[in-house]
Design a protein around this ligand. Sequence first.
Ligand code: GAR
Length: 196
Amino acid sequence: MAMSLKKNRIALIASGSGTNAQAIIQYFKDHPTIKVVLLLSNNPNAYALQRASTHQIKNYVFTREAFTEGTKVVRYLTEEAVTHIVLAGFLWLIPDYLINIFPNKIINIHPALLPKYGGKGMYGSRVHEAIKAARETESGITIHLVNNKYDEGEILFQVKCAISEDDTPEDIARCVQKLEHEHYSRVIERWIIGDR
Ligand code: GAR
């Protein structure tokens, strides 16, 4: 398939292991109109960077100063003609300059049923521990557009998993991760192709 037909060009931003990034890279590998072209991280030790390298996807690390100031990050995105940004385990607030360049073109996944268990500091195992402590009977995933507040953009998709009394936070994490890998890429595809 000619490069020029792949008009939808995704940049992933990931801080950690990057299992979601990997699932997305694999899902779009042979896609006719969507291509993952870049992975950015704030964490030089993020395994997500290696996953990108393994798949010959350009990847760069940025500092907090560079992210806040913007020039370098925007250059990375422009050089690869990025059209959509996918957050896959990224924990910083997205600055206004990026939201202005990519209005409704930034998507995030959160490992709980927003608006519950969202907001600053709510990520990874902290979310599952809080859910366990509150004796919730269900959790799940939320995929939402990104605005300039933590976890408050328009919700595009949610799916639940049941929690039984003896489930540990690790059990909850496993159920949530499975749902993430199952659904995130398909929701991204629908969002891009349906132009949401
Ligand atoms: C995922 O569970 C994602 O939902 C979560 O980080 C994890 C990244 O895992 N994101 C947040 O908590 C955002 N608030 P991964 O590195 O294995 O893809």
